[in-house]
Every structure is written in structure tokens, then in C-alpha cells.
Design a protein around this ligand. Structure first.
Ligand code: ADP
Ligand code: MG
Length: 464
């Protein structure tokens, strides 16, 4: 049995944790499950290099609650830790095992580095236990325990335990909601929905020696293979639509999708959708979900994608976005700027492609797309430039033209004596029927401009 004090540099980390993350207690679950995923991925990496003996077996991560006892457990069948490793990675909080592992196996996607990691569990628990056994042959079970003071105890024993780690949280009175099955399931669906290792959640049926023995085993809460991770060439239109509904179960059919996929100078994958937006676009904001290595981070993407693109829906996954820093930092981060520019360019390219290859379809969806494109034109110069070749104007006969096509159409008839081209438009073709008929009678063409941004757009166009 070892007794010791946590941390080589910090006298007491707990007040810091409580203060720092006060408003966001629930992320402890994301941290613990991410660690379990990392431990599992590390084991797979070792196995694929032949550096691990024995069977991988079932790698499902199991999460269970015991509401009455206020217990929450997270169990993985990953690499586990030896006593020495617990000492290094848990007791000496200055170390990060993720960092060490990354330095050794550079190509491996390890989550690590979200925030305070393992110690965030003390935001919600009075006492935390780690019961772990390393994959290394001949390893003993290590039982670590800490009650939220810098003192911990650690014991090595022959206690039976599968390879891997069980974290047991003895939840505090104030945090008892995290012993409720519904709450945990909600959080798992939020943060862990696309994690790459199966995660099962259940209620504990029986506790034995500080471990749960039997849970509802098959309640897998995640999709380990989100569509954005696959090659665009292997994905059908139907799958894109199905995935949209997976992200937004109550959403309307999206108009188009864009698959993002970039390796250099940063990593980013994702699928964005043009949703149906009409007049109520304000309330539809904050819908793009941001992930890092399949871990949900936030749906507050302002600053990462340009303002008008926050109207889009979908998921973006990038390990290169700094996640635990302030918004103002994010906005000045050069990686984030590059990401934002890249997304703008991809969206414009995709619209251009749709316009070029399927114009009738594009026109059919124009009334829904228009507000989004106008918003982009009004707020982003680069986008405005590109959009000139796919922006459409609709006339009162229901025909669509690009600005260039339209100029061509009316040039002969609507150029005044100062050689200025005159465009006629009407905001309410029904109320202004008489004037409309009169103009048409003279052989003039009339545009219909009655969308919520048309006024602004016309002003913008006139100023050009
Ligand atoms: P980070 O994940 O950023 O390294 P954490 O505080 O979350 O920081 O975890 C510290 C270290 O403890 C990890 O890097 C890892 O080495 C070890 N660790 C934590 N949880 C587990 C686990 N479930 N299995 C094996 N090792 C773990
Ligand atoms: Mg971690």
C-alpha cells in the first residue's frame, strides 16, 4: 500500500478544478470516456504492431450507474496501467500519458488534451477509485483511491480484474443527477455519439466488491463510424440524407450536402448541409456540430466558420482546432482562419458545381438557397465575388437568370439615354399588378424581389 500526495508541482489541484470548470461540470464524462477510448485505441495500435500478447477480445466500453448508491462507473478493456504508470500519469499530474504515447506513435489519433482530463471527475465526485490492470504480462491489479484531497492511496494486489481500467465515481450529493440513467444517457448521446469504440450503457444490476457484475449489455449508444470519416466516393446521396437525420432527428430534408476533406495544412473532415431556410433563419443558428477525433466539442461555431455559414447544418471534425481556449483567441488563431477560408471556398465551389451540372435542380431549390447566398454576399467579399456566377434573379414570369444573363436579356430594351442599364423590380407582384402590367406592356422585364434580404441585396448591387 502506498500513500502519497498528488502532484509534483501543484499543492492542491482540486480548488482549481472546481473554480475553472465550474459552469461545465458535465464534461467530466467526456473526459473519462475519452480516456477509455484512448486506452482502447492504444491497445489496438500495439496489437497491430505485434507488441501485445493475447486476444483483444470485446473492446466495448461499459458505463453503468447505480442511482441509490450514487455510483457511476466507466470500464474499458484498453491498455490499463501498472502501478508505476498510475504514479506517473495520475499522481504526478504534470505528466500526460497521451503526450508520451503520441511522441512514440505519431500516426495514432489519440484524443488526450481536452482540459483537466481525469481530475475533472472531482467536480462531481467525493471519492474516485481507479481499478486497473495493464495489458503487460504478469501485471497485477492496481487499486487507487482518492477522496478529493491531495492524499491518495494505491495498492497492488491479486484482485481479479480484466485487462483495462474501471473508474468508479462516488458522486457527491450535489451531483447526484449523474447517477440517473436518463441524465447519463443524454450526456453520452451528446458527447460520445460518434466515438470510435462501442460504448454500452446500462443500469447496474448487481455490485460485487466495488464492481458491477451484470448490466444491460447491449445498449450501444454510439455510431463508431460517422459518415464524414468515409471516402466521399463510397457514399450515396441516400446515405448523406440518412446521416442528416441521424444528426437532426427532427430536421426537414436538407437541400444539398458538401463533404469536406483536407489533410494539409491542417486536418479536417466533415459534412455540411444546406438546410431548408426561409424567413426564420435567426432561430436556426448554432447547428453545426464541432468534433475533435469524433468527440463532440460544441455547436457554438462562430469564429470558426464565417457568420453566414453558421446557417448550414452538419458536423466538422478537426483535431487541429484549439478547444479549450477563449473565443477571442480562437478568432485570431491562424489555423482557425485557414479553416474558415477553406470552408468558404469549398461551399462556393460546391454551389458552382451544382449550378453547372444540375441547373434545373438548382433553380428548383433556389428559393430556399437564396437567403443563404445573399447573406454570404452581403457579409463576405470573397464569397460575393464567387457567387456572381451562380447567384440567380427570378423575374415575374418565374424564370431564373444570373446577373450576366439578365443584363444580356434586357440590354437592348432597357438602356436609358445615359447608357445606364435600368432594372425594374417589384416586391409585391399582386398588390402592384397594375404597374407591373403597364411595364410589361412596354416590353420591359420585371424582377421579383420579395425575400427578407432582397432590399439589402438590391442596395448592395446598386452600390457595386
Ligand atoms: P490526457 O488524456 O490529456 O493525457 P488525463 O488527465 O485525461 O490527461 O489522463 C492522464 C493520463 O492517465 C492519460 O494520458 C493516460 O496515460 C492515463 N489514463 C487515464 N485514464 C486511463 C484509462 N482509462 N486507461 C489507461 N490509462 C489512462
Ligand atoms: Mg484525457
Amino acid at each position: 500500500m502506498t500513500n502519497g500526495k498528488i502532484g509534483v508541482t501543484t499543492e492542491n489541484i482540486f480548488p482549481v478544478i472546481k473554480k475553472f470548470l465550474y459552469s461545465d461540470h458535465e464534461i467530466f464524462l467526456r473526459e473519462l470516456v475519452s480516456n477509455a477510448v484512448d486506452a482502447t485505441q492504444k491497445l489496438k495500435a500495439l496489437a497491430s504492431r505485434g507488441e501485445m500478447q493475447g486476444e483483444l477480445g470485446d473492446l466495448t466500453i461499459r458505463i453503468a450507474v447505480d442511482t441509490d448508491k450514487r455510483l457511476l462507473t466507466i470500464t474499458d478493456r484498453g491498455i490499463g496501467m501498472t502501478a508505476d504508470e498510475v504514479d506517473r500519469y495520475i499522481n504526478q499530474i504534470a505528466f500526460s500519458g497521451a503526450e508520451e504515447f503520441m511522441a512514440k506513435y505519431k500516426d495514432q489519433a489519440i484524443i488526450g488534451h481536452f482540459g483537466l482530463g481525469f481530475y475533472s471527475s472531482f467536480m462531481v465526485a467525493d471519492k474516485v477509485e481507479i481499478i486497473t490492470r495493464s495489458y503487460k504480462e504478469g501485471s497485477k491489479t492496481v487499486h487507487w483511491e482518492c477522496n478529493g484531497s491531495p492524499e491518495f492511496s494505491m495498492e497492488e494486489s491479486d484482485e481479479a480484474h480484466d485487462r483495462g481500467t474501471t473508474i468508479v465515481l462516488h458522486l457527491s450529493e450535489e451531483a447526484k443527477e449523474y447517477a440517473e440513467a436518463d441524465k447519463i444517457e443524454e450526456l453520452l448521446r451528446k458527447y460520445c455519439r460518434f466515438l470510435p469504440v462501442p460504448i454500452a450503457f446500462g443500469k447496474v444490476k448487481e455490485w460485487k466488491d466495488g464492481k458491477y457484475v451484470d448490466t444491460d449489455k447491449d445498449n450501444i449508444v454510439n455510431d463508431t463510424d460517422p459518415l464524414w470519416m468515409r471516402k466521399p466516393a463510397d457514399i450515396t446521396e441516400v446515405q448523406y440524407k440518412e446521416f442528416y437525420h441521424e444528426l437532426y432527428p427532427t430536421g426537414e430534408e436538407p437541400l444539398f450536402s458538401i463533404h469536406l476533406n483536407i489533410d494539409y495544412p491542417f486536418h479536417l473532415t466533415g459534412i455540411l448541409y444546406f438546410p431548408k431556410i426561409r424567413n426564420n433563419f435567426e432561430i436556426q443558428k448554432n447547428k453545426i456540430q464541432l468534433y475533435s477525433n469524433q468527440v463532440y466539442v460544441t455547436d457554438q461555431v462562430e469564429g470558426i466558420v464565417p457568420e453566414y455559414l453558421t446557417l448550414l447544418h452538419g458536423g466538422i471534425d478537426s483535431p487541429d482546432i484549439p478547444l479549450n481556449v477563449s473565443r477571442s483567441y480562437l478568432q485570431s488563431d491562424s489555423n482557425v482562419k485557414k479553416i474558415s477560408n477553406y470552408i468558404t471556398r469549398k461551399v462556393a465551389d460546391r454551389l458552382q458545381e451544382l449550378f453547372n451540372t444540375m441547373r434545373p435542380e438548382f433553380e428548383k431549390k433556389w428559393d430556399d438557397l437564396k437567403i443563404f447566398i445573399q447573406y454570404g454576399i452581403l457579409t463576405d467579399e470573397k464569397f460575393a465575388e464567387k457567387a456572381q456566377s451562380f447567384m440567380l434573379w427570378k423575374n415575374t414570369d418565374g424564370k431564373y437568370f444570373t446577373p450576366a444573363e439578365y443584363e444580356e436579356l434586357v440590354k437592348a430594351n432597357q438602356t436609358d439615354k445615359h447608357q445606364t442599364l435600368v432594372f425594374l423590380y417589384v416586391d409585391d407582384p399582386v398588390a402592384k399588378l397594375a404597374a407591373l402590367e403597364a411595364a410589361k406592356g412596354k416590353g420591359y422585364d420585371v424582377l421579383e424581389m420579395n425575400g427578407p434580404l432582397d432590399n439589402h441585396y438590391v442596395n448592395w448591387y446598386e452600390s457595386k
